[in-house]
Unconditional design. Structure first.
Length: 341
């Protein structure tokens, strides 16, 4: 019978082998799990039998600003059961053990198979997640209809987006200095009910220190004061707004950043963003984006109050592990396309 074990660093290769099919995982492992920006130790769930790992569930420890307080939380990720042990309840054991790790656990991008299991375990779905797209290349009848929808959205206008902004926007490959980023974070955090802590240490770790991916930063400044930062990644003509640091009521900076995407990437054919932020969603609609039917699932399990704990989150694609994995995979495809082994 499998027993709960304690993860040891030398087991990294065994766990990566258990995952299978992720050639980049060894390159990002130490950064993702062993260099936590908040100083937390890596403490995954490990199930072993006869010296072999048969179940595993990692977690990325973070801090969140939650109803006026900074509290610890956990992103659930990398959940695997050995193929010879599937269908025997091992997954249930793993999830039961993970619940003990944190009073607040979150998961983003949940599969159709995993969703019912998490709901039975007391997780609650957040209903605010939406995926926005804008096509610039029409190569099918379906895309032609979507472009018409984009034009209608822009004509309807959910915001007065045509006005000129007196802010300056700067595209850079590096974040602003720690003092400026932390000042902005401390200024805007209380405008949200629930948001992952986006201080300099976190943003620097997640986007500048990623071992494989390269990100651009869009800084919005007014009279040289930093007002907002957008995080962007492009791959094969697809541009994604990954993250945003701005005041919850700052529509001008949101519009400014969205407009800058097409200025920076005029030849790209698809622009994408996934977010729970209602003001950002309205900004996308007013600038000719459309709301896609499909959207990733965002579940929260809060020990004190599941229903309340899942509501009113500011969430962006970059918050969980999905983007860092996608960025890693895209980087590997670039290496392959260039013929590098």
């Amino acid at each position: 019978m499998p027993q709960v074990g304690t993860y040891k660093r030398h087991q990294k290769e065994e766990v990566i082998a258990l995952m299978g099919g992720l050639p980049f995982k060894a390159d990002i492992w130490d950064w993702q799990f062993e260099s936590n920006p908040f100083g937390y130790d890596f403490d995954p769930v490990v199930l072993e039998e006869a010296g072999q790992i048969v179940g595993f569930n990692a977690g990325m420890d973070i801090q969140v600003y939650f109803n006026g307080e900074i509290v610890p939380a956990l992103w659930s990720c990398d959940f695997f059961v050995h193929k010879n042990y599937r269908g025997k309840g091992i997954g249930q054991v793993v999830k039961n053990e993970q619940i003990k790790k944190s009073d607040m656990i979150m998961s983003f991008g949940i599969s159709n198979m995993a969703a019912p299991v998490l709901l039975k375990k007391g997780w609650v779905a957040n209903k605010d997640v939406a995926l926005f797209k804008r096509y610039k290349k029409i190569d099918s009848a379906k895309k032609c209809l979507l472009v018409i929808l984009q034009v209608l959205n822009k004509l309807l206008g959910f915001l007065h987006s045509s006005g000129k902004s007196d802010s300056e926007i700067i595209t850079t490959h590096e974040l602003s200095n720690k003092q400026e980023i932390d000042r902005l974070w401390n200024k805007v955090k209380s405008s949200y009910k629930k948001i992952v802590v986006r201080n300099y240490d976190y943003l620097h770790w997640k986007y500048e220190k990623h071992p494989l991916a390269k990100y651009l930063f869009l800084e919005v400044r007014h009279n040289n004061e930093l007002k907002a930062v957008g995080v962007v990644r492009e791959h094969n003509g697809q541009v994604k707004l990954i993250d945003l640091l701005a005041h919850a009521d700052d529509s001008a900076s949101r519009l400014c950043i969205i407009k800058q995407l097409e200025i920076n990437f005029p030849s790209s054919h698809l622009f994408i963003c996934t977010t729970t932020d209602h003001l950002l969603q309205k900004s996308f609609l007013s600038l000719g984006y459309f709301k896609a039917w499909d959207k990733p699932r965002f579940f929260v399990r809060a020990e004190h109050d599941n229903q309340e704990g899942a509501m009113d989150w500011f969430l962006m694609t970059g918050d969980s592990d999905g983007e860092l994995l996608s960025a890693s995979s895209d980087s590997y495809s670039i290496i392959a396309d260039n013929g590098v082994e």
